[in-house]
Design a protein around this ligand. Sequence first.
Ligand SMILES: [Zn+2]
Length: 299
Amino acid sequence: MPFTSPQGFEPAVAAPMQAGEAHWFIFKGDRLLVALGPPSPQPSDDPRVPARPSWASLPGSETLQKNNNILWFEPARTLYLGRLAGTDCWAAEAPADASAPPPGLAWEGLRTLFSVLEDAHFALAGRAIQLLDWDRSHRYCGRCGTPTEAKPEERARACPACKLAVYPRISPAVMALVRREGEILLGRSPHFPPGMYSALAGFVEPGETLEQCLAREVEEEVGVRVSRIRYFASQPWPFPNSLMIAFVCDWESGEIRPQAGEIEDANWFKVLHLPKLPSRISIARRLIDAAVQEMREGT
Ligand SMILES: [Zn+2]
């Protein structure tokens, strides 16, 4: 599953004593610094990606070095991520006014890099962008306004005045695929690309179980009640800091009534006649594909 922690990755907070060969995940805004091949003749399966390169790779350390500095600009922040198969991994944020990258390198969005950049690097890029965003957003204590300090031994920032500690924030969101005889319920939110439908999803509220969240979201969004909620899988989702937890469930009662402002349209789709679906970058597509295959096989 895209964005899940890769095999052979050991997260760590304390930077190594000696600088050696390293993977650098350098972001400017939400775009990663990569070396890019020529445009690919094969389009992306993501309607949000108009064109994609034939290949992409993290910049080699030789292209990052200038005057014995690792980067050609002063990073706004750097974070040590850990080791991938023994190689140190770093995240860095370029300032908004960083000059253009050296020839052969470019800033590129993560969606464009899906299935183009090596999977392990893609997953760590998703981790890096979330940690950079968290670090940037917690420079000051949310309780008393004092500048916070990074804790050396764990991924946290602490306030020296009131001792409040903040950890990287993850927002759990539940995804629900509702099925009934030969059909699945899909909806589209107003910000989806034209024609695309997906499973329903919503954020967990304080005090809710995942199952309660699912039942509430489905009823709010389409006015349908469900039963037999079964866990499918989960996926870290860095747009911006979610954990998607996906379930399949059965329709119990109610006619579809899309929630104004949230759901532009929702329908029952026969598993042999599906609309345009999300990219395989997301768990939504894997959830739909798995359920549809199961239903086609009659289980
Ligand atoms: Zn404080």
